[in-house]
Design a protein around this ligand. Structure first.
Ligand SMILES: Cc1cc2nc3c(=O)[nH]c(=O)nc-3n(C[C@H](O)[C@H](O)[C@H](O)COP(=O)(O)O)c2cc1C
Length: 330
């Protein structure tokens, strides 16, 4: 499956959540969805602990590296480094409203300077051969989304961007926490649909507030791709349906217990590298959501899994418990 095809369904970039362990786990559930890193600041890629920030497992492909920044030359340099690491795509963050991002004048506030975002994209395109995409909001603060989103989209497409993902709500840069900024500004999916109608030849992906795969699928009548964030993270089992439903894959859906089994060698390898069990398995807490044994699964992983020196035996024991509960309920 090509990278372009995999954009039909993506798991959103989420800071602190979509780290390499999370992505490896998500990839056990869906082979075809496009996965994203957390946002990594361009300056950190250039001068920080690069290996820790950028290393990933080959199994994670197709994988986009999301960069934060507003300096075309620094972004170009970071994109080049990302390409060297083997990422399939570079994505520029024009949607994140966190304080740290605000002070660096990048993220969502770039909605106000579409020309600068265009320059950033042009510089990154010049630097790498892989696709460069943008993830943005429909506007910020008192901007008129009709105008703000069109201007941003036109600027980045003129600069050669290979696609735009839109989180279908504004960011309010004053007075809201990042979390509130994902909940309080009203959703406006129709605004993204209008963007797609105006730009039939550009890739336009839609994101924000989709609560089921059915809702996500319905969006594909109006957009080229759909991106899920919180739902995919909190209820990862839905990802097991994605290949069949969004990519027409014939094979059966992965069984969550088998996915846990398949994670064991990976978890062992990560522990051997010095990772803590709780950090690796925390992304799996939402498995078995709504099924018998789900509570005990979460409890075991987050208590026994948190003890110093905890190993894969905790994961095995938690899995055995869930299997017992599922068998009892069957
Ligand atoms: C914990 C968390 C961290 C996030 N970090 C990022 C990020 O690093 N970059 C980004 O573009 N969006 C980030 N987002 C926003 C998501 O990518 C997505 O746009 C948002 O959650 C809306 O989609 P959803 O309603 O499906 O969750 C984050 C969201 C969450 C919940």
């Amino acid at each position: 499956m090509s990278l372009a095809e995999s954009r039909r369904f993506a798991v959103a970039p989420m800071m602190d959540w979509t780290d390499r362990d999370c992505r490896f786990f998500h990839r056990r559930l869906t082979r075809h969805a496009l996965l994203f890193t957390e946002m990594v600041v361009a300056e950190a890629v250039i001068r920080g602990p690069r290996e820790r920030l950028l290393a990933f497992s080959p199994e994670e492909h197709p994988l986009a590296l999301q960069l934060g920044g507003a300096d075309p030359l620094r972004l170009a340099e970071a994109a080049r480094i990302g390409e060297g690491y083997g990422y399939d795509e570079i994505n520029l963050n024009v949607g994140c409203p966190s304080d740290r991002v605000k002070s660096g004048t990048f993220g969502a506030c770039l909605m106000r300077t579409p020309e600068l975002v265009g320059e950033c994209v042009a510089a990154m395109k010049e630097a790498v051969a892989i696709p460069v995409t943008v993830k943005c909001r429909i506007g910020v603060d008192d901007q008129d989304p009709e105008e703000a989103l069109d201007r941003l989209a036109d600027a980045v497409l003129a600069a050669g961007a290979d696609g735009i993902w839109v989180h279908a709500r504004k960011a309010w840069l004053k007075g809201l926490s990042p979390k509130e900024n994902r909940e309080v500004p009203p959703l406006d999916h129709a605004r993204v649909h209008r963007l797609k109608e105006r730009l039939p030849h550009a890739f336009i992906g839609i994101n924000g507030g989709l609560h089921s795969l059915a809702e996500a699928e319905a969006q594909l009548a109006h957009a080229d791709g759909v991106m899920l964030g919180r739902l995919a993270y909190h209820e990862p089992e839905i990802l097991a349906e994605v290949d069949r439903r969004f990519f027409g894959a014939g094979e059966g859906t992965p069984d969550p217990a088998a996915v846990v089994e398949a994670m064991i060698p990976y978890v062992e390898a990560r522990l051997a590298e010095g990772a803590r069990l709780s950090n690796v398995v925390r992304h799996m807490l939402g498995l078995f959501h709504g099924r018998p044994g789900a509570r005990a699964w979460r409890h075991t992983l987050s208590t026994a899994g948190n003890r110093p020196g905890a190993g894969v035996e905790v994961l095995r024991a938690a899995l055995a418990n869930v299997r017992d509960s599922l068998a009892l309920a069957a």
